[in-house]
Structure formats: structure tokens, C-alpha cells
Design a protein around this ligand. Structure first.
Ligand code: SAH
Length: 346
């Protein structure tokens, strides 16, 4: 069976033409899937029965099974999806009080980056997700919405390193942003990367309007080498140079994410070093208090330290956003639910 969501519109059209079906039928199929949320060819009632049967014989709309669905009191929902080969991934829906519905999707099973505080990379990289598997997370999360709600933002901040799987991610995001796809404008889509300079440059060269977030977590190389092993090959200077290029090419201000780890990178000197590093850049710093992972030795920062860190950056003229914690009770941070289920399963 072919996963329908892995097909580009042109590929589906070619398949239909090969079966003597006019091209405009492809548009109808996409409309059913993307605009109307159909999950069975039988629902596509304006297609001739024989076309529906042919499609159903070769294609499947869903390739995953919902293995767990958790809901938190703050409106966050998390899906654990089992892929066709039995691997599991996570994706999350977050609601805020401004009526935004943000979905967070994964791009890989596991992760090769090995960041010291992250649950996703504990077992290394298992495989890349396909375009269809990335899109399916978005469609499955959309099914969680109530009447009148719509997806307002997409963040590619789930499991995996998005820039290590750009070939599958780019077509998925193109479909997400098309008006006849999910209709989520590129400016409301954020790609979060550990900071792979070559990948950032490739993305910059495409001159798309996606928002880029770079996971910095430290302002000097010795500390960043420890927290983000991928830094050992690149160094902070090359990451920042690529981020600058992204801004120059696209005009979009880059966000720098900084996970605050108690007594590791949350002190006043760390804040001053970060301010010095980013001074003069049109940057936004997103401070993320560490979300505890049972298997890992790090601790969450104390709130006064978080406030002081933010204040030091603001005093230096740097824009700061404190990530509002959501979904803690359902282990919404990347990799945590999958990890827990695997541990429970032995
Ligand atoms: N690989 C990408 C995207 C996935 S993680 C990246 O590195 O950006 C999305 C963000 O969550 C990253 O900034 C990551 O460092 C952060 N993160 C990972 N584990 C975390 C944890 N336990 N608590 C808080 N933030 C975490």
C-alpha cells in the first residue's frame, strides 16, 4: 500500500492519469483529505465508486495508529502514534488563552544529536520520518480540535533534528502552508534546530518565510560542547554566522532557545555572556525552564533565577520570551511520553 500523504499533488495526478481518471479528481481527493478531514475513500462521495475502489486498493490515508491520547487540564493534548513498522513518535496540541492552537510535530524516530538534557536522543537515531508521517501528525492533531477551533501555528519541535531530515520535512511544510493544504501560512510555522550551519544555509537559500529557532543553551563553546555535542563539530561562531545569513536572506528575526538548567547555565555570568554574544543581533531569546526527565541528572531552575536571567538580557536590550509551561502533567516535552511508555513496557 502507498501512503497517500507521501504523494505530491503531481504524483497523485499521474497515478490517476495512469488509471484513465481525469486530473481534476486529484484536487477532489486532496480537498477531502485536507479541507474536510476524510479518513476513508468511501467518504469521498463526489468521486465515482470505481475511482474510490481503485484508490482504496492502492492507497491508505492513515499509516499510523493512535497508541495513546492524553489530555491535560490546561488544554494540551498529546498523541503517541505507532508507525507502520511499530516505531513510536509523539506530537502535541497546545492551546493558549489568546485562542491559538499550536501543534508540535516530530521529524525523526529518536535523534542523533544527543543533547545532554533531552529525552529524545537517549537511544540515538532510529530513522527519519517520511513526508506523509509528518503530515499525518498534523491531520491527527487537527482531529482533536473542537468545532470552531483551527490550527494557528506549527512548531517543528518534537522528536528529532528537523534540518537532518529536510528532504522529507520541506514537502510536508509546503503542504501545510498551501491554501488548499492546511492553510497555515509559512510565517506561522517554526523550525527549531540544534544549529546545523549547512542546514540553516540551505533553508536560507530557499528564501521561504518559515520562522527559525536555534537551540543555543550556552554562550561559550566548552559549555555548549557539553550540553549540545553537535557543537563540537561546528562551534558557536559558525552557528551564529548561519543564523545571521538566515535573517539577511529572509528578513525574519531568528529566535534563540535557551533551556535553563539549575546550576549549569542559569547564573548571572551566563546571562551576561549570552547578552554579550547576541548584542547587536535582531534576536529573540526564548528561555525554557528545564522540564525534568527522570533518567537525567539535571534540575529545573528556581524561579528567581529565571527572572534574574531574563532581566539581565532585557537590560542589555535583548528581547526575551519566557516559555509558558504547558502540558507538564502529560509529559509534553519531546520524547518524554515515548520514553515512559517504553520504560513501562520493559
Ligand atoms: N532538535 C531540535 C528540535 C527539537 S527539541 C532542536 O534541538 O531545536 C525543541 C526544544 O526543546 C529544543 O530547544 C530542545 O533543546 C528543548 N528541550 C529538549 N529537552 C528538553 C527538556 N527536558 N526540557 C526543556 N526543553 C527541552
Amino acid at each position: 500500500m502507498i501512503h497517500l500523504l507521501d504523494q505530491t499533488p503531481d504524483q497523485l495526478q499521474a497515478w490517476l492519469a495512469g488509471h484513465g481518471v481525469p486530473g481534476y479528481r486529484a484536487r477532489q481527493v486532496w480537498q477531502w483529505v485536507y479541507a474536510r478531514g476524510a479518513d476513508d475513500f468511501d467518504q469521498m462521495t463526489d468521486l465515482p465508486g470505481v475511482v474510490r475502489q481503485r484508490l482504496a486498493a492502492d492507497f491508505q490515508i492513515w499509516s499510523t495508529r493512535v497508541a495513546a491520547h492524553r489530555k491535560a487540564d490546561d488544554g494540551a493534548e498529546k498523541l503517541l502514534l505507532e508507525l507502520a513498522d511499530g516505531q513510536r513518535i509523539e506530537c502535541v496540541l497546545l492551546r493558549d488563552d489568546r485562542g491559538h492552537c499550536t501543534i508540535c510535530v516530530s521529524t525523526q524516530v529518536g535523534c542523533a544529536m544527543g543533547c545532554a538534557f533531552c529525552a529524545s536522543g537517549l537511544d540515538g537515531l532510529i530513522r527519519n520520518l517520511s513526508t506523509g508521517e509528518i503530515l499525518e501528525q498534523m491531520l491527527r492533531l487537527r482531529q482533536c480540535l473542537a468545532d470552531g477551533e483551527r490550527i494557528s501555528h506549527v512548531v517543528v519541535m518534537g522528536m528529532g533534528e528537523p534540518l537532518a531530515n529536510l528532504d522529507a520535512l520541506l514537502p510536508a511544510l509546503a503542504m501545510a502552508s498551501r491554501p488548499d493544504g492546511l492553510g497555515i501560512g509559512a510565517r506561522r510555522i517554526t523550525i527549531s534546530t540544534v544549529g546545523l550551519p549547512a542546514g540553516i544555509r540551505r533553508l536560507a537559500g530557499l528564501n521561504l518565510q518559515y520562522h527559525l529557532a536555534v537551540s543555543l543553551h550556552a554562550a561559550d563553546d566548552p559549555l555548549r560542547d557539553r550540553l549540545v555535542p553537535a557543537n563540537r563539530k561546528t562551534g558557536i561562531a559558525a552557528v551564529l554566522a548561519a543564523a545571521d545569513e538566515y535573517f539577511e536572506q529572509t528578513g525574519r528575526r531568528v529566535t534563540f532557545e535557551y533551556v535553563l538548567l539549575k546550576d549549569v547555565n542559569d547564573g548571572p555570568a551566563h546571562a551576561r555572556a549570552l547578552a554579550a554574544l547576541l548584542r547587536g543581533r535582531p534576536a529573540l531569546v526564548n528561555l525554557i525552564p528545564f522540564n525534568p526527565v527522570a533518567e537525567l541528572p539535571f534540575r529545573s531552575p528556581l524561579s528567581p533565577d529565571v527572572m534574574r536571567f531574563a532581566e539581565t538580557l532585557r537590560e542589555a536590550g535583548i528581547a526575551v520570551k519566557l516559555r509558558y509551561r504547558k502540558g507538564d502533567e502529560i509529559d509534553a516535552a519531546c520524547g518524554q511520553l515515548r520514553l515512559q511508555e517504553e520504560t513501562a513496557a520493559g
